[in-house]
Design a protein around this ligand. Structure first.
Ligand code: SF4
Length: 907
C-alpha cells in the first residue's frame, strides 16, 4: 500500500535562479528529504529544472562552517559567538571612531533572504551612517534597475510570468534562458507548442541552446544592442508603427530619444553592419516587432553586464514605449533576474545607491521617511561604494574593514586578483558563510557560520515581484545562525536599539510596514507597497502563499495585488509619465588589440550555480560539464595555436586562467566564452574573474563581464591524466588540476609538466598507497609513456589513475560506474587493464540528461538502432528530456548530428 506523504511536505522555494520555483521537501524514512516541484506555486506549477531537483544532494554537512572562528598567528581558532561578535564590534567601533563610518563596509548577496537583507541595510544606512553596503546583485542586474528607474521613476518590473504565455512574440536579448532560467523557458516552449504562430526571437552573439528552438536568431556582435534597438526605434517611427496618443499622454522625451537614434541608426544597412547581422535578418526582426503588439522583450546578463548596460535596457524600453507595448497582458520589457532574491534585495535597498523600500538616498524627503520610521541615529545621505569601487577602496586603505556575507568575491568579481590583494591588505575581513573553505574565507580574520538552504526561514521575491516563503525543514547545524540574527546580535553589541527582533516574522513585518509608511499621494508616494502584508500573525506569515507586490488591503480587509503594472498608463515619475531616454550608442570601453585580439564573454553553464559551493557537491550536476572550458571558433583556435581538447591559457591585461579548448558553442569569430563557476577550490587555475576587466557602466556600476580583450595560447604540458579516488587528494604539486564530485568518489582531471621516470612509484605516492602488498593492477607502456593503475580493496575499486602524453583516455563515465559496484568482476578487471569497457553499452558517454542520467552514447546508439527521428521519440525511448526539459535543445542537436553522420556513412 502506498501512503501519500504529501501532508508532511514542507513548501519552500528553490535556492538558485530568479525564476523562484516552489519546492516541496518531503521527509523520507531514512531521515533525508525527497525534493519535488510545488504544484501550487504559480512560478513553476510543479516543475523543477535539474538544479532544483538535485537540491537534496547539496544539503549535506561536508565542508560546512559550523562554529565561529577567529584567525590567529598559528591558524583558525574556534571561539564562542560572544567572542567573535565582540571582536568585530570592538574593531568596527575603533575604526569608525578613528576614520568615520565610511571606513567599514558590508558586501552582501542576492542569496540572502529579504529579512537578512533588510537588517543588513538598516544597520549600515540607518545606524552606522554609511551607505557602504553593496551586493553581488550589482554584478547581475543593477543596469536593469537603473533602466527601470530612469524610464518609470522607480524600479518596477511591469510584467508577470503569465505574460510570457499570453504574448504573440517573445524577444530574448542576452539571455540563454534554456540554461539559466530553464523553467521559464519550458513555459515559453509549452506556450509555443500550443500556439505555433507565437514567435520566439533570440538576440545573442552566441548560438546558445536557447536558439535551437527559436524562429529567428540574431547573432549580434557583443556590445551593439543599443544600435540594434535604436535602429528599431527609428524604424518603428519611420513606418508609423507608433501610438501617438500613448506617447503624448503618458511619456516624455520621445523626440530627444528619436533624434539620438536617428543620428546613428537611421540607415539600416549601417546598423546591420555595426551589429554584424545580415540586413535581411535585421529587417525580418524589425518587421515582426512592428507587426506584433503583444510582445515581451525579456533580457538578462547579456544586456546588463556591460559598460552600456543601462542604456541597453533603456533602448529596449524605448521600443516598448513608442507603441504603448506595456501595461496590458502579454507585453512589456522584462528584466529576468539572476539570483533567487535579487528582487528582495532591491525592495530593501540592498544596493549602495538605494534606500529601503524603493526610496532614494539623495532625496531628503525619502531619507526623512526612513529615518523617522526607524528612529535611527545616523542616516547615510549619499550613495556608498559600489562593488568594484568598494574593493578598490579596500586596497587603497580607505575602507579598513569589510564584512562579506553569503558571497565569494575572490571568484565572482571582475579583476578578481585585485580583490585578493584588497582582502589581503584589509585590517579586518569578516565572512558569514555556510562553507568553511572558499576562496574568500581564506582571507577572513573572523568566520561566522550561517544557515544554508533548507535550514533558514523567511521570504524571497522572484523576477515577477512574487514574494514566496522559504521554509526551514532541516535543523540548524553546529552553532550556525540566520544572517538576520547574526547582524542583529552585532548591532546590539554596537549599542544600537531597533534590532531586538523576536524572529524573521518580526523583521518581515517591519519591512512591510515601512513600505506603507507615509506612502500616500499627498505625502511620499511609492509604487512599491506591501503594506497589505503588515500586521500578519506568526501563523499567517508561516502560511503565506506566494503573493505579488504591490499588495495592499482594501477598506474591507481584502488583499489586493497587481499582477502587472502601468495598466492605467500612470508611472512613478512625479508627473506620472514614463521617460524615453536618449541612448547614444557606444562600444565597450576596452577594444581588442594585436596583443589581446579576442573578446571574452562569460556566463553560466546549465547545471552549475555561481562559484559551485553548493552545486559542486552534487554528482548529478557535475556529470554534465566537468571542467572549465574556453569555447572558441575553430579558426581563432588555429590562429591562437590551440586545439580542441587541449588546455589553453587565457590572458588579459588583468590576469590569466587555464581552461580546456572546445568548439561547438556557437561562438562567432573574434570571441571566446568561458563559464564563471570554477574557483580555487575546484581547480588549480580556472577563475575567469581574474581575467575580466573591471570596467563598469557609468550609471549602474555593473561590470562589463561580457567583453574583455584577451589572448589565448597553448598551456604546454608533458602528460595528461585523471584519477578517481574515494579519498580526497592534495594535488598542489601538479601543473593543472580540476576536482569533480562523483558518486562516492572524487574525480581529478590532471595535466603535468614534470617528467615522471617511475610511474608506479609516483602514482602510489600521490594516491597514498604505501603498502607493497596492496591489490594494485597496473599496465605500462614505457615507450609510449602510457600508464594506468587500479587500487582494489576487498574486490572493490578504491582508486584508479590513468596517464598518457595524449588526450585520448578511457571513458570517465564507464570508470565512474565501476565505483558503484561492491565487487569488481573479472570482465571489469580485464577492462581496467586494457583501458576500455569490454561489455557492450557499458560506456554511456558524457551525461546529457542529468535528471535521468542519460549519456550521449546511449542517445546516439538509440537514434541509430531504433531509427529515432524526433526529440519526442528519444524521450519516449530513454526518458531523456522528459523532466525539466533543459537538455531538449542538446538532444535536438545530437539528433541532427547523429542522423547526418549515419547518412554520410551509409552513402
Ligand atoms: S528554474 Fe531551476 S534553478 Fe531556477 S528557481 Fe526553478 S528550479 Fe531553481
Amino acid at each position: 500500500m502506498n501512503l501519500s506523504t504529501d501532508h508532511l511536505a514542507i513548501r519552500t522555494t528553490c535556492a538558485y535562479c530568479g525564476v523562484g520555483c516552489g519546492v516541496q521537501a518531503t521527509p523520507k524514512d531514512d531521515g533525508t528529504f525527497a525534493i519535488a516541484g510545488d504544484k501550487q506555486h504559480p512560478a513553476n506549477k510543479g516543475r523543477l529544472c535539474v538544479k532544483g531537483s538535485t537540491l537534496g544532494e547539496t544539503v549535506g554537512l561536508e565542508g560546512r562552517l559550523l562554529y565561529p572562528q577567529v584567525r590567529e598567528a598559528d591558524g583558525l581558532r574556534r571561539v564562542s559567538w560572544d567572542a567573535a561578535l565582540d571582536k568585530v564590534a570592538g574593531e568596527w567601533r575603533r575604526i569608525i571612531a578613528e576614520h568615520g563610518p565610511d571606513a567599514v563596509a558590508l558586501y552582501v548577496s542576492g542569496q540572502l533572504l529579504t529579512e537578512d537583507y533588510y537588517v543588513a541595510n538598516k544597520l549600515m544606512k540607518g545606524y552606522i551612517g554609511s551607505a557602504n553596503i553593496d551586493t553581488n546583485s550589482r554584478l547581475c542586474m543593477s543596469s536593469a534597475v537603473a533602466g527601470y528607474k530612469r524610464a518609470f521613476g522607480e524600479d518596477l518590473v511591469p510584467v508577470c510570468y503569465d505574460d510570457l504565455e499570453l504574448a504573440d512574440m517573445i524577444v530574448l536579448v542576452g539571455s540563454n534562458t534554456a540554461w539559466c532560467h530553464p523553467i521559464l523557458f519550458q513555459r515559453i516552449l509549452k506556450a509555443k507548442e500550443a500556439r505555433p504562430e507565437m514567435k520566439l526571437v533570440v538576440i545573442d552573439p552566441r548560438r546558445t541552446a536557447t536558439c535551437e528552438l527559436a524562429d529567428l536568431h540574431l547573432p549580434v556582435k557583443a556590445g551593439t544592442d543599443v544600435w540594434l534597438f535604436n535602429g528599431l526605434l527609428n524604424y518603428l517611427s519611420r513606418i508609423g508603427a507608433v501610438d501617438p496618443r500613448f506617447i503624448e499622454q503618458h511619456t516624455n522625451g520621445f523626440q530627444a530619444a528619436l533624434d539620438v537614434a536617428h543620428a546613428d541608426c537611421a540607415d539600416l544597412a549601417v546598423v546591420a553592419k555595426i551589429c554584424r547581422v545580415e540586413l535581411s535578418l535585421l529587417l525580418e526582426f524589425y518587421e515582426l516587432f512592428a507587426a506584433t503588439h503583444k510582445t515581451i522583450t525579456a533580457y538578462s546578463m547579456g544586456v546588463n553586464q556591460s559598460s552600456a548596460g543601462t542604456d541597453k535596457a533603456n533602448a529596449i524600453i524605448n521600443c516598448h514605449l513608442i507603441g504603448g507595448r506595456l501595461g496590458k497582458p502579454g507585453m512589456g520589457p522584462f528584466s529576468i533576474t539572476g539570483q533567487p532574491n535579487a528582487m528582495g534585495g532591491r525592495e530593501v535597498g540592498g544596493l549602495a545607491n538605494m534606500l529601503a523600500a524603493h526610496m532614494d538616498l539623495e532625496r531628503a524627503e525619502h531619507r526623512d521617511v526612513v529615518q523617522t520610521f526607524w528612529e535611527s541615529p545616523a542616516m547615510a545621505d549619499k550613495g556608498g561604494l559600489k562593488a568594484v569601487d568598494l574593493f578598490q577602496a579596500i586596497e587603497e586603505g580607505k575602507v579598513k574593514s569589510v564584512w562579506v556575507i553569503a558571497t565569494n568575491p575572490v571568484v565572482s568579481m571582475p579583476d578578481a586578483d585585485q580583490v585578493r590583494r584588497a582582502l589581503d591588505k584589509c585590517e579586518l575581513v569578516v565572512t558569514s558563510d555556510i562553507m568553511q573553505d572558499t576562496d574568500t574565507t581564506a582571507y577572513a580574520d573572523v568566520l561566522l557560520p550561517a544557515l544554508g538552504w533548507g535550514e533558514k526561514d523567511g521570504t524571497v521575491t522572484n523576477s515577477e515581484r512574487r514574494i514566496s516563503r522559504q521554509r526551514a525543514f532541516l535543523s540548524a547545524p553546529g552553532e550556525a545562525l540566520p544572517d538576520w540574527k547574526i547582524l542583529s546580535l552585532f548591532a546590539q553589541r554596537m549599542g544600537y536599539t531597533g534590532f531586538d527582533f523576536g524572529g524573521q516574522h518580526g523583521v518581515f513585518d517591519e519591512h512591510a510596514r515601512l513600505s506603507g509608511f507615509r506612502n500616500a499621494a499627498a505625502d511620499v508616494p511609492r509604487a512599491f507597497d506591501m503594506s497589505g502584508l503588515a500586521g500578519l500573525q506568526q501563523s499567517d506569515y508561516d502560511a503565506l502563499e506566494p503573493t505579488q507586490w504591490p499588495v495592499r488591503r482594501t477598506a474591507s480587509g481584502e488583499l489586493q495585488t497587481e499582477v502587472r503594472l502601468f495598466k492605467d498608463g500612470v508611472f512613478a515619475h512625479a508627473d506620472g509619465k514614463a521617460r524615453f531616454i536618449a541612448t547614444a550608442p557606444r562600444l565597450p570601453r576596452n577594444a581588442v588589440s594585436e596583443e589581446y585580439p579576442l573578446s571574452l564573454n562569460t556566463g553560466r553553464v546549465r547545471d552549475q550555480w555561481h562559484t559551485m559551493t553548493r552545486t559542486g557537491k552534487s554528482a548529478t550536476l557535475a556529470d554534465h560539464i566537468a571542467e572549465s572550458f574556453v569555447d572558441m571558433h575553430p579558426q581563432d583556435a588555429l590562429l591562437s595555436g590551440v586545439k580542441e581538447g587541449e588546455l589553453a591559457r587565457v590572458t588579459s591585461e588583468w590576469g590569466a586562467m587555464v581552461a580546456r579548448v572546445q568548439h561547438g558553442g556557437g561562438i562567432p569569430r573574434g570571441s571566446v566564452f568561458i563559464p564563471i563557476h570554477w574557483s580555487g577550490q575546484t581547480a588549480s587555475d580556472a577563475r575567469v574573474g581574474a581575467v575580466v576587466n573591471p570596467v563598469v557602466d557609468p550609471v549602474s556600476g555593473e561590470p562589463e563581464f561580457k567583453h574583455t580583450p584577451v589572448r589565448v595560447e597553448q598551456f604546454r604540458v608533458n602528460w595528461h591524466g585523471f584519477i578517481l579516488s574515494r579519498d580526497a587528494l592534495n594535488l598542489d604539486s601538479i601543473a593543472h588540476w580540476t576536482r569533480i564530485q562523483g558518486r562516492e568518489f572524487a574525480r581529478y582531471e590532471l595535466a603535468g609538466r614534470n617528467t615522471i621516470k617511475d610511474h608506479a612509484g609516483w602514482s602510489r605516492a600521490l594516491l597514498g598507497v604505501g603498502d607493497p602488498d596492496a591489490d594494485w593492477l597496473e599496465y605500462e607502456d614505457k615507450t609510449a609513456g602510457v600508464y594506468r593503475a587500479v587500487h582494489v580493496v576487498n574486490d572493490r575499486i578504491e582508486q584508479c589513475i590513468f596517464m598518457s602524453p595524449r588526450q585520448d583516455m578511457p571513458s570517465r563515465a564507464w570508470l565512474a560506474s565501476l565505483f558503484a559496484k561492491e565487487q569488481l568482476s573479472e570482465i571489469d578487471r580485464i577492462g581496467l587493464l586494457v583501458g576500455m569497457p569490454v561489455e557492450k553499452g557499458a560506456d554511456t558517454g558524457p551525461t546529457v540528461c542529468s535528471c535521468f542520467g542519460v549519456g550521449r552514447n546511449t542517445i546516439c546508439n538509440a537514434i541509430i538502432e531504433k531509427d529515432l527521428k524526433t526529440v519526442a521519440e528519444v524521450t519516449a525511448c530513454l526518458k531523456a528530456g522528459g523532466n525539466c526539459g533543459s537538455c531538449v535543445p542538446e538532444i535536438k542537436k545530437i539528433l541532427v548530428q547523429t542522423r547526418v553522420e549515419a547518412e554520410e556513412v551509409r552513402l
